[in-house]
Design a protein around this ligand. Structure first.
Ligand code: 6R9
Length: 561
């Protein structure tokens, strides 16, 4: 097969053995020639479904879904049929290439079917995390101008439909909608199981993912079909996916990890994925690892720590012997977690560093390299990373600076929806993409993550923009001004700490703290709610009137004050 040829340049089938050789010889354009040949037009859905069916894998499992009240599974053939039906529903309601379909659902088969169905028709998906409340939902639907939405009856109450002039069709997957909504199941059942592809260009949008920045509204990162090249390569080299694997990426598809590696990357290799419904539960997660014989598991340090904290009497009861290895993302992988995995599970955890903006794993502890504890690893072949100063000059080993990547890899976000200027800020130090993270490199080219530079908060691996939380707090009658920062936390990596200036006439009390916490929880999202508060006389500002995040960072680190 075509692919083998490329990978032939990298000895040993499609897994990577000679890192230096691969770095010298591999380029994503080589991979593009293998993948796309002379085809002018492409579609990622063709690669994840039709290509697998053509290779004789149509009756192999694509998706296992497991929740308390529902278990389901789909082969690639079955998935194809559902995807086609849903694609036809979009046709029926007049959605065309370049239109936007928002998906606001808990993890469920309908979410994945809707995502692929839209992509097959060139319709751009706007995924929204199920924990978002009204303000966050309004923001994303208004900004993207979504014409259609898939949601359920419960979440529908958070969708301010009367404020959304572009929204024409709302499909409900569960519970009763109203006279203005459509029933997802009857629409899908009534549609034809066959449909035509909308062939697109490599650079055509696939989805818009809203990601928090430090200041200002969340940015609608535009990802394109070409990302499949980067996902395919990293699934092979970083995750080492093999045809007989069962893969479980625990991230929700409201976040980049749950999209890129939740389904696209494994399906590009024809590998079945497990999707677990419901909330985190240490015991249930261990049971799922055993029950589905998961062989490659992609999760986050917070989850590992919670499982460790649940104790051996929980994880020790399950046979996790199918695990070949584990991968980690989203926050620093600490030594204790790695030790636990090696000693109790007998497998290493490979750290992967990347971002919503990069669309794919960038700097990783690749299987063919020695792991240096505390390091996020080295750039995957085809990627050039560096540590640069504020003028874009590369820094020598051990100097801390901006973690940067040379622009131009296939999974890179191509735009910020409706805000080209914001997008260009990432590339202000040409030729570098500036990540917003600080890092240093050692003399062997291993990178060491040193935290965010810009004040973006990372709580339990979830990315929260302080600006959005501050705006919400300022809406409360008791709050005159607010500044929010991440405070280091043993389990969650960081928790959200809010400094507030009270309006005259208000006094601080525990009850007011609870009220403010709830105000953010119900307006924005539970994970964005501050866990700690402190009252201040004023909030430090920069000359251009923004919250001075450096000062706040100093406040937060003075523990106990
Ligand atoms: C994929 C994802 C991105 C931010 C990133 C960094 C942090 C990601 C990490 C890590 C330490 C790792 N981050 N991977 N920190 N070690 N291996 O998480 O995307 O939600 O956009 O967050 O997460 O600070 O800048 P996203």
């Amino acid at each position: 097969m075509g692919n083998q040829k490329i990978i032939g340049a990298l000895p040993g089938e499609h897994n990577l053995q000679d890192y230096d050789k691969a770095c010298r010889e591999f380029s994503f354009e080589m991979l593009a020639r293998e993948f796309y040949g002379n085809a002018g037009k492409i579609n990622i859905v063709h690669r994840v479904i039709d290509h697998n069916i053509e290779r004789g894998r149509g009756d192999r499992m694509a998706l296992y879904y497991d929740a308390d009240d529902r278990q389901a599974s789909y082969t690639f053939n079955e998935l194809n049929e559902q995807v086609n039906r849903f694609a036809n529903v979009l046709d029926k309601y007049g959605l065309q290439k370049g239109d936007r379909l928002a998906i606001f659902l808990p993890r469920s088969p309908e979410l994945y079917i809707s995502f692929l169905g839209a992509a097959k028709k060139g319709v751009i998906v706007v995924p929204m995390f199920e924990a978002f409340m009204k303000d966050a939902v309004r923001e994303r639907l208004l900004s993207s101008g979504a014409q259609a939405l898939v949601t359920n009856a419960e979440l529908l109450s958070r969708v301010p439909r009367q404020e959304l002039p572009d929204l024409r069709a709302v499909l409900i997957t569960q519970g009763a909608g109203d006279a203005q909504t459509l029933d997802w199941y009857s629409e899908v059942a009534g549609a034809s199981p066959r449909t035509e592809f909308c062939w697109v260009n490599r650079e055509d949008p696939l989805f818009i993912l809203y990601a928090a920045g430090a200041d200002g509204r969340p940015k609608g990162l535009v990802h394109v079909h070409d990302m499949m090249l980067g996902l395919w390569a990293t699934a092979a080299w970083v995750h080492d996916l093999k045809e007989d694997d069962v893969y479980w990426c625990t991230a929700d598809p409201g976040w980049i990890t749950g999209i890129a590696y939740g389904f696209w990357a494994p399906w590009l290799h024809g590998v079945p994925v497990l999707v677990k419904g419901g909330r985190f539960d240490a015991e249930q997660w261990c049971r799922a690892l055993e029950k589905y014989r998961v062989s490659v598991w992609y999760s986050a340090p917070t989850a590992f720590r919670m499982i460790i904290a649940a104790g051996k009497e929980v994880y020790g009861r399950y046979d996790l012997g199918r695990l070949r290895h584990i991968l980690s993302v989203g926050e620093p992988l600490t030594d204790d977690v790695m030790q636990w995995s090696l000693e109790t599970l007998g497998v290493p955890i490979y750290d992967t560093w990347w971002m919503s903006e990069t669309g794919m794993n960038m700097i990783c502890n690749l299987r063919c390299l020695n792991i240096k504890m505390g390091s996020i690893g080295r750039p995957v072949p085809g990627i050039q990373a560096a540590v640069v100063d504020d003028e874009g000059n590369e820094l020598p080993p051990y100097r801390i600076g901006n973690l940067a990547v040379r622009a131009g890899w296939p999974a890179m976000a191509r735009d910020v929806w409706g805000n080209r200027e914001k997008y260009e800020e990432y590339f202000r130090l040409k030729p570098w993409f500036i990540s917003g993270d600080a890092a240093y490199m050692d003399e062997d080219g291993y990178f060491y993550f040193q935290g965010r530079v810009d004040g973006v908060i990372n709580t339990a691996g979830e990315r929260v923009g302080p600006w959005e939380v501050e705006e919400k707090l300022r809406e409360h009658p008791a709050v005159q001004d607010a500044g929010v920062a991440g405070k280091p936390d043993k389990i969650r990596g960081e928790i959200i700490k809010a400094y507030v200036v009270l309006q005259p006439g208000y006094e601080w009390s525990h009850a007011l703290g609870e009220e403010l916490r709830n105000f953010v929880k119900t307006g924005l999202a539970a994970h964005a709610a501050p866990r700690e508060f402190a009252v201040k006389e004023s909030i430090p500002k920069t000359p251009d009137g923004k919250v001075d995040r450096k000062v706040l960072r100093g406040w937060v680190l003075e523990l106990g004050k």
